[in-house]
Design a protein. Sequence first.
Length: 71
Amino acid sequence: MIYKVSYVILGGQYPGGIMNQDTPPEIGAEIQIGPRKCEVLEVQDLLPPQGGFAYLHVTCRVIEENNKAEK
């Protein structure tokens, strides 16, 4: 099963993203979205699984941001 996951970061200050994953995200897990480390707060099915794909919506919050400028 491939999980197509839409990530939304609370607060509206940061862009989220869409990722393909081999395992579903779990509440309480820490994930990296760009330079930000986030905590998963909520996981919802968007549609029933179809043809080997599951579609999920995840709400998360920033717990750490890497502010190092890349050279």
